[in-house]
Write a protein that binds this ligand. Structure first.
Ligand code: CDP
Length: 261
């Protein structure tokens, strides 16, 4: 993947062989890897690598709300803290949370909240801390996806997972999952998220320009990509439980060996 030097973008975002600069086809996702249960002290956690993005999510709750005045007597609250590490981008990012981080935290919270049963947890909070260690385009989508996975890992009742992906337009062509360079030099970016229990979009943001026909194409591409990412989320959860399933047998075997000796 070419390195983006500040404000220097390539003139063309497609190579002569018709592939994107990182070698992907128009509807191809970047490589994605997910793992759950990566932070021991958290109630639930997940790690995700999505292209060059590297993101951790840690979930705590239900627990007492601090500051107390935020507590709701009739329901729990979801608080999301999206942060980018100072070294996660080419220019050093200021450590204090900026407007962009606050906006993304709010967006993630809004698109995950519909799948939680917050009414069952009055006066408490669920807190999701998202740390972007390396950022390369689409971090709000990747963060939403990993946050939902961490909530599931915490065993919090959920109607379904939430999955998010961005589609966009580069060099007048519609593509899925924009990389950092495509996000900056492209013509349009449309991050969206889906709540699987009702198959409704809980996030649809848009930056750029397009017509109605293109919008339909965007959504068709997004649907396929969302399904693929959802599958990877499910695999990550399943692989944790398969590991757990095998653990007691291992311990029992070890116990037998010790007593035999
Ligand atoms: O990350 P996402 O596409 O969801 O959000 P964005 O605000 O459209 O940012 C796009 C990309 O710009 C990020 O993924 C980062 O790679 C980069 N960025 C940056 O280089 N410096 C920042 N202070 C913020 C974002």
């Amino acid at each position: 993947m070419p390195l983006v030097i500040k404000d220097e973008y390539p003139e063309k975002l497609f190579r002569d062989d018709g592939k994107r600069l990182d070698g992907r086809d128009k509807n191809e996702l970047r490589p994605i890897k997910m793992e759950v249960g990566v932070i021991k002290n958290a109630d639930g956690s997940a790690y995700l690598e999505w292209g060059n993005n590297k993101i951790y999510a840690a979930v705590y709750g239900p627990r007492e709300v601090h500051p107390h005045h935020l507590a709701k007597p009739d329901r729990g609250i979801l608080r999301v803290f999206y942060r980018m590490a100072t070294y996660s981008v080419f220019d050093r990012k200021r450590p204090a949370p900026g407007r962009r981080e606050k906006e993304i935290s709010m967006v993630i919270s809004d698109c995950i909240e519909p799948v939680l049963f917050l009414e069952l947890y009055p006066g408490t909070s669920f807190e999701v801390f998202i740390e972007v260690m390396d950022a390369d385009g689409g971090t709000r989508c990747a963060s939403t996806t990993v946050a939902a996975l961490a909530l599931a890992d915490a065993g919090i009742p959920m109607k379904s997972l939430v999955t998010s992906v961005a589609v966009g337009k580069i060099d007048k062509k519609i593509v899925v999952d924009l990389s950092g360079i495509e996000d900056k030099a492209g013509e349009a970016d449309l991050p969206c998220a889906i709540t699987w229990y009702n198959e409704e979009l809980s996030l649809l943001q848009f930056d750029g320009d397009m017509n109605l026909e293109e919008m339909n194409e965007f959504l068709t591409l997004a649907k396929v990509a969302l399904k693929d990412v959802h599958q990877i989320q499910l695999e990550a959860l399943k692989s944790k439980f398969l590991k757990l399933q095998n653990e007691p047998t291992k311990k029992k075997d070890e116990g037998t060996k010790e007593s035999d000796a």
